[in-house]
Design a protein around this ligand. Structure first.
Ligand SMILES: *Cc1c(COP(=O)(O)O)cnc(C)c1O
Length: 245
């Protein structure tokens, strides 16, 4: 069981390396983020002790539950789930370095208010709904640069790039279109030269499609299943919960 996690990490790193070689990219440009939803702290710890440094949860509740157990092992926390505005105060307690799922102005404003009060800043990625599916979170691609410009006015939020969850499809070309769209949006935003906006990170690609994402320019791939095994909850539980917008 324990060795399995380490073997899986090695296999993923091999896939990342191969994809980089195929696409003439430097493997150091692509960070591996471990998506740890439903994974107990003890198993996450094994990955951290094996040298992994970047992990992310989808729910504030899981972040809270695992926080104490993981505190002793050095690592960086990102957040990749749908964030409700009533959880803003809570999420800031757990040392999250980057919220990758910022997808609406209302949430940005709530975060900014609270961060000002606490005299803190936080890194964010703007989540874009590149598959245009109703069920997926993320700002509409046509509104992405507008949201970036609005968020850039809030000086506690440091924009570092974009994030997307691609289409779930066995057809690699349809998935590729999502990732390519995120890259196109990144280029458009860079061309706009909006002050205080960095566009260095493209967080895209998961267990099933990381090669496609790397080919299209991913700098962060988010991997869960291929490292920790199948989850008992369907992803809809995380991606499609009832929420207030
Ligand atoms: C669960 C999750 C992942 C990882 O997906 P796998 O298919 O298990 O690798 C990536 N990104 C987000 C936002 C997730 O919720």
């Amino acid at each position: 069981m324990n060795e399995e996690i380490l073997r899986n990490i090695a296999a993923i790193q091999e896939r990342i390396n191969n994809a980089c070689i195929t696409n003439n990219r430097d493997p150091n440009e692509v960070k591996l983020l471990l998506a740890t939803k439903t994974v107990p702290a003890e198993r996450i710890k094994l990955a951290l002790q094996a040298g992994q440094t970047l992990i992310a949860e989808n729910k504030v509740q899981e972040l809270r539950e695992k926080y104490e157990a993981l505190k002793e092992v050095p690592h960086t926390n990102h957040f990749i789930g749908h964030l409700q505005t009533n959880k803003v105060k809570d999420i800031l307690k757990y040392n999250v370095a980057c919220i990758q799922s910022l997808d609406r102005l209302e949430l940005a404003e709530k975060l900014h208010q609270r961060l000002q009060f606490e005299n803190k800043t936080i890194e964010v990625l703007i989540q874009v709904n590149t598959s245009y599916e109703e069920s997926k979170f993320g700002v509409n691609p046509d509104r992405a640069s507008e949201l970036v410009a609005q968020v850039s006015q809030l000086n506690t939020l440091k924009i570092k790039g974009l994030m997307t969850i691609g289409l779930f499809s066995a057809e690699a070309e349809k998935v590729r279109r999502c990732f390519r769209l995120l890259k196109t949006i990144q280029q458009q935003i860079i061309a706009q030269k909006i002050p205080d906006v960095a566009m260095e990170e493209l967080s895209m690609g998961m267990s099933g499609d990381l090669e496609t994402a790397i080919a299209e320019g991913a700098t962060i791939v988010r991997v869960g299943t291929a490292i920790f095994g199948q989850r008992i909850y369907p992803d809809s539980y995380y991606w499609n919960e009832t929420h207030s917008r």
